[in-house]
Design a protein around this ligand. Structure first.
Ligand SMILES: [Zn+2]
Ligand SMILES: [Zn+2]
Length: 334
């Protein structure tokens, strides 16, 4: 996901409140505005510095607010008139910028100020506060989930923002949009079930074969299944320095680790900082119950990207399961 760096100064939208006790939005529509500092929801106004998180679920945005001197609260709104992801993007860009400024203003000593590090994600423009983490060549953007190369003397891969964890298998890969399509026929009722997701090539392949099998008796669903199969098996043309990643991931998924390591090793020769590659290898080793090697590889992932949460969580599991309390405590104290 790459967005233009110019974020609009204000966004106008229409919204309905979704109350916690209700499934659907109720009441009438109101006007909403979000500018560089505040969010106006009908007659209520909130400072964007107090907006701790924004989660999107279709047309709905869940806002987590932490106003000072007041208990935290959540508000769910159903958005119309504009694309809800545009509003989420605007809110994320502005709130992270304001919260980073606020955090810097709280620092009192010169040492604290010297340690303060904030980086604007080149893929989505949100400000990421990296102060709690040691300096590493990459960072994970918590909003767009891109692993961004930030070390100044390393040239980042051109298509870096295309790579992230697959929603289905959890591997670092290049997920694309995938639309599953099932035609069903019951004696009294027939219909179509579709679902959109983002998946890596390996997951597209297995889902496409399932779609073909599921639609086999109903000609109507066979064609979409064949289209998705063609997409899933099309030769990879522009993976750039990450070429070979999908096949290495396939080997890792099948437990053929020697082949997978060969593939990952080739990529690592082209990509000097690659926390995602180490993460995949760590996950494959973990699934084979090789905790010691999994931990060593995941440590390499964190050496490349200190705030890479998925690698950190898996490393915690490895330490916990192998009873390495000392390393677990050190990891958790960061
Ligand atoms: Zn980002
Ligand atoms: Zn996948």
């Amino acid at each position: 996901m790459t967005r233009s760096s110019a974020s609009p100064t204000s966004v106008r939208f229409r919204f309905r409140l979704v109350r916690a006790s209700e499934e659907a939005p109720s009441g009438r529509r109101h006007n909403g505005t979000a500018d560089e500092k505040s969010l106006q929801l009908g007659s209520e106004s909130w400072d964007l510095v107090d907006l701790a998180a924004v989660e999107q679920d279709g047309a709905r945005l869940l806002l987590l607010l932490q106003p000072s001197q007041q208990p935290p609260l959540t508000i769910t709104i159903s958005i119309s008139k504009i694309d809800p992801s545009d509003l989420k993007h605007h809110l994320d860009v502005q709130r992270t910028r304001l919260r980073a400024e606020h955090a810097r203003a709280q620092l009192t000593t010169p040492q604290e100020r010297a340690r303060f590090r904030q980086i604007v994600c080149p893929a989505c423009d949100v400000t990421v506060d990296l102060t709690p983490f040691p300096e590493t060549p990459q960072m994970l953007c918590p909003c767009c989930e891109t692993l961004v190369t930030i070390q100044s003397n390393v040239v980042p891969p051109e298509n870096e923002a295309d790579f992230r964890l697959c929603e289905t298998c959890g591997m670092f890969s290049r997920p694309r949009h995938f639309r599953s399509f099932y035609f069903y026929y019951l004696v009294v009722h027939s219909g179509i079930h579709t679902h959109r997701s983002k998946r890596c090539r390996g997951c597209m392949r297995s889902a496409s074969w399932k779609m073909l099998a599921g639609n086999f008796f109903f000609v109507i669903g066979v064609i979409p299944a064949l289209i998705q199969l063609t997409r899933a098996y099309r030769k990879e043309r522009d993976a750039g320095v990450y070429r070979g990643l999908e096949s290495a991931n396939q080997w890792a998924r099948r437990g053929k680790l020697t082949k997978a390591i060969e593939g990952y090793h080739e990529i690592l020769q082209r990509v000097p900082c690659a926390a995602g590659i180490y993460y995949n290898l760590g996950m494959a080793l973990y699934k084979q119950h090789d905790l010691a090697h999994a931990a060593s590889v995941l440590e390499l992932a964190l050496n490349d990207c200190a705030n890479y949460t998925p690698a950190c969580q898996l490393l915690e599991q490895c330490y916990r399961q192998s009873g390495d309390v000392e390393k677990l405590e050190t990891l958790q104290s960061h």
